[in-house]
Design a protein around this ligand. Structure first.
Ligand code: SF4
Ligand code: SF4
Length: 427
């Protein structure tokens, strides 16, 4: 098994190192301590090395957290190398003025540990400790659970990374709700991604709740204009998540024209599984066919070379999907509780809707079993079983057999998988 915890680190705005992804981000691997060397997290007896060893032995490092982690994958573990950190994700701020539907709610943000803004002094200590310990860092990714531009010292923080690690790749993702200044371009970034999912206020604010399209577009335009005219080498990407409210042909063509106008290097359309995702555009081929007569230049503006959803069914993707099912089940169950007479219909619809994915996940689990990859199979089966039982477990009067009946063939697959593994999970 593999996860980024073995070769990459996430530095939260409060200076703590935590595990990756939403699931792992509450798991503090090493708290900030001004009196201790922060780089000890990346030593041969530190938490990253331990994660690596556990994964190599097919054991989940944190059994209560890892099954829900988007980053867990079935591939072999990268070797822990105490001299080379692959990515340091740095969260400049955990605050944001927007309320995107898939992100933390204001209440959840309130509960995040303080301080909510990374101080340059804390970051400098981290950099000093790592470079002083001879640890090379390949990439700094300035992003996290908040908006980087909310940190007034953001550009100083980026420059510090460049100063201590002149050869590292520095990348930043922003919602572009900032006041542009020339130093933004010269901080040392190699890449900036502007997250703007729409072509006007109406198509933009449905997902980017509370956002201002004109402000974001103007920041992107100012940045690209200044970077182009100064000959800066920073790569600029307009990142556009496809939803059903921003994916019609006119909107996509307008985005392409606006991207050309701003001078970004790449217009990257991104698929999502969250929220009101696009069902019309599910592959790069479908996307290209909408833009066919615009003669998309292959170099100046590129479509992201993402694979279609169907091609991305690796174990980690399937785990992600089942986690989404888990979330959907939770939501549906809340509805059901409010209206008990609907329970049969809603639950039944839910399983019919996702039956093919569930079946595919279970088939993969059985394939892993046949190949002798028991731990991978265990993680997968337990995850699916937990997900399947979720709507049931909230109501003792509700018959679990009903759910299993609706799983059809998948029920047998799940049952066989769990029996084969001889797990404690009951079915
Ligand atoms: S899989 Fe587990 S150890 Fe790895 S990042 Fe996720 S929570 Fe952390
Ligand atoms: S702009 Fe980014 S940080 Fe802010 S709410 Fe949206 S996704 Fe979250």
């Amino acid at each position: 098994m593999q996860c980024p915890g073995a070769d990459s680190l996430f530095l939260r705005a409060n200076g703590n190192f935590v595990c990756w992804d939403d699931a792992g981000s509450d798991k503090v691997l090493q708290a900030y301590d001004p009196l201790k060397r922060m780089s000890r997290i990346f030593s041969d007896d530190g938490p990253c090395s331990l994660i690596s060893k556990k994964l190599a032995g097919n054991t989940l490092p944190f059994p209560e957290t890892c099954p829900g982690c988007y980053c867990l994958s079935s591939r072999g573990s990268p070797c822990f190398n105490s001299r080379m950190l692959n990515v340091m994700q740095v969260e400049p701020s955990s605050r944001c003025t927007l309320e995107c539907k898939a992100c933390a709610t204001p209440e959840e943000r309130e509960r995040l540990p303080l301080p909510s803004t990374l101080s340059p002094a804390v970051f400098q200590k981290v950099l000093k400790d790592f470079s002083g310990s001879g640890i090379d860092i390949r990439t700094f990714d300035f992003s996290g659970h908040g908006e980087p531009l909310m940190n007034p010292d953001l550009w100083q923080i980026v420059s510090l990374a460049r100063k201590y690690y002149p050869k590292a790749f520095l990348s930043l993702i922003t919602n572009a709700h900032g006041d542009f200044e020339l130093n933004n371009v010269f901080s040392g970034l190699d890449q900036i991604q502007f997250s703007i999912d729409g072509v006007d206020q109406e198509s933009y604010e449905k997902y980017r709740v509370g956002g201002n399209f004109a402000k974001a577009y103007s920041y992107m335009k100012s940045f690209t204009g200044a970077a182009r005219s100064s000959g800066s080498s920073v790569r600029m990407i307009w990142r556009y998540i496809l939803f059903s409210h921003n994916d019609n042909t006119d909107q996509l063509r307008k985005a392409f024209e606006m991207a050309s106008e701003t001078g970004v290097h790449e217009l990257r359309f991104v698929f999502t599984h969250k929220g009101n995702w696009s069902t019309d555009i599910t592959s790069s081929e479908e996307l290209r066919s909408c833009l066919i007569d615009l003669e998309v230049p292959s170099r100046s503006i590129q479509m992201d070379s993402f694979k279609s959803l169907r091609k991305r069914q690796t174990l980690s993707q399937l785990l992600k999907r089942s986690q989404i099912l888990h979330g959907t089940a939770r939501k549906l169950w809340r509805k059901v509780k409010r209206s008990p007479s609907l329970s049969t219909i809603v639950t039944s619809d839910f399983y019919q809707l996702y039956e093919p994915e569930l079946k595919q996940t279970l088939n993969l689990g059985n394939k892993l079993l046949r190949k002798g990859r028991l731990r991978d199979a265990q993680a997968l089966f337990l995850h699916v079983n937990r997900m399947v039982q979720l709507p049931v477990s909230h109501n003792a009067a509700y018959d679990p057999e009903f759910v299993y009946k609706h799983l059809g063939h998948s029920y047998k697959l799940l049952k066989n998988g769990l029996n084969n593994y001889k797990t404690d999970a009951s079915i």
